[in-house]
Design a binder for this molecule. Structure first.
Ligand SMILES: NC(=O)c1ccc[n+]([C@@H]2O[C@H](COP(=O)([O-])OP(=O)(O)OC[C@H]3O[C@@H](n4cnc5c(N)ncnc54)[C@H](O)[C@@H]3O)[C@@H](O)[C@H]2O)c1
Length: 363
């Protein structure tokens, strides 16, 4: 493999701080790459009416993958007011750049590893080591909704009794979309010697949409007799995860359910300073910490860069750089275990760059 080309998307607020830290570590691990900066975030919404400008989408299409920091987003009223005066009233409407990049590049897997690194004082319980596979392109997040029931919908059998002033969102689940995310979870389980995949749903209530998902899940599971299949209702799963988190290794579910469950899992292993994710498609992937731009800490180099550094580790794995990924993970684990260099969230007083330099020094 020649030199990698990586789209470098720090975004807003602490996105800049944590990406600076990630770069120190990636340079030290010796990845042969050009990092090409791209524009994303609130600044570009305000200036251009687009938080993910077309040139950034082009950049992504012409690179191997992307590392992304965080963005700021605001409700409709604030977004409309902060748009450049010359663009106001011209039909611009704020759209989440994260949701858009997932849809534009068909990044259908959101992979979120949650591992309790020994020595992390924020661990809920030692030994937690699970991954959540989130379906990233359909479900409740397709963006088809109305502030009031559309007239035409009232003519549909079953919908005619809806109160007219009800807001309505559509949940769309396809057999193909379900099959490919469940298959990704099973492939991961097999490759990483995980014994079981847990599929989460609410099929007793959402009979049609969860029914399609579960039919696809059972069909895929039958192709992997070496990996056990287990299913659980989303509500019960919240309880079981808190009670017996060590019982789970690979979890897969639809978009909204896994959005919630993966935050719960991330909190069990240290919270926002540790949660990272990969948005992965067939040919492209975007890796990111799961936290936001934390404006109150922007530019202070105060926040924990470990989530972003672990997103970098995921990127190395995806690029096929397994040795560098393992070395990087070992360095992160060693710094956490030593407990000498810690940002405020872990009870320490060190800076973002202190942590990055300590990890780099282990490489
Ligand atoms: N993926 C993303 O880019 C993303 C995700 C969530 C929120 N947001 C946006 O970020 C902005 C701020 O949102 P928010 O305040 O609700 O969430 P946030 O994740 O930005 O921060 C919430 C709080 O968590 C803590 N925190 C976050 N990251 C940390 C880190 N790396 N180390 C230590 N502590 C950390 C800080 O105390 C921070 O104030 C909003 O505009 C929101 O829309 C973006």
């Amino acid at each position: 493999m020649g030199k990698y080309e990586i789209a470098w998307l720090p975004g807003d607020g602490i996105g800049q701080d944590v990406m600076e830290a990630a770069r120190i570590v990636l340079d030290r691990v010796g990845l042969d790459a050009d990092y090409i900066p791209g524009d994303i975030g609130w600044e570009w919404w305000c200036k251009e009416g687009e938080a993910l400008p077309p040139r950034t989408v082009e950049l992504m299409k012409n690179t191997d993958c992307a590392l992304f920091g965080a963005i700021t987003s605001k409700g409709k009223d604030k977004a409309d007011k902060e748009l450049a005066p010359e663009l106001q009233g011209k039909g611009y409407s704020y759209r989440s750049p994260i949701v858009r990049m997932r849809q534009l590049l068909d990044l259908y897997i959101c992979l979120r590893p949650c591992k309790a690194y020994p020595g992390n004082p924020l661990n809920y319980r030692d030994g937690i080591d699970l991954v959540v596979f989130r379906e990233n392109t359909e479900g409740m997040y397709i963006g088809v909704e109305w502030p009031q029931v559309p007239e035409a919908m009232l003519a549909i059998k079953g919908a005619e009794k809806l109160p007219r002033d009800a807001a309505v969102s559509i949940r769309a689940i396809t057999p193909g979309g379900s099959e490919r995310i469940v298959r990704a979870a099973y492939e991961y389980a097999r490759a990483n010697k995980r014994k079981k995949v847990t599929v989460i749903h609410k099929a007793n209530v959402l009979r049609q949409t969860c029914g399609v998902f579960m039919d696809a899940a059972r069909k895929v599971a039958a192709e992997y007799p070496d990996v056990a299949f287990e299913d659980a209702n989303i509500d019960a799963m919240g309880m079981w995860l808190l009670k017996n988190p060590l019982n789970y290794g690979v979890i897969v579910t639809t978009n909204l359910f896994s959005d919630i469950i993966s935050d719960l899992c991330a909190q069990m292993v240290g919270g926002l300073g540790f949660g990272c994710s990969g948005n992965i498609g067939s040919n492209y992937a975007v890796f990111e910490p799961t936290h936001g731009s934390a404006p109150k800490y922007a530019g202070q180099h105060k926040v924990n860069p470990i989530a972003t550094i672990l997103a970098g580790k995921m990127m190395l794995d995806w690029l096929g750089e397994a040795d560098k990924a393992a070395r990087l993970q070992g360095a992160v684990a060693a710094v956490i275990a030593e407990g000498k260099v810690r940002t405020y969230d872990m009870g320490g007083t060190n800076t973002t760059l202190d942590v990055a330099n300590a990890i780099a020094a282990k490489l």
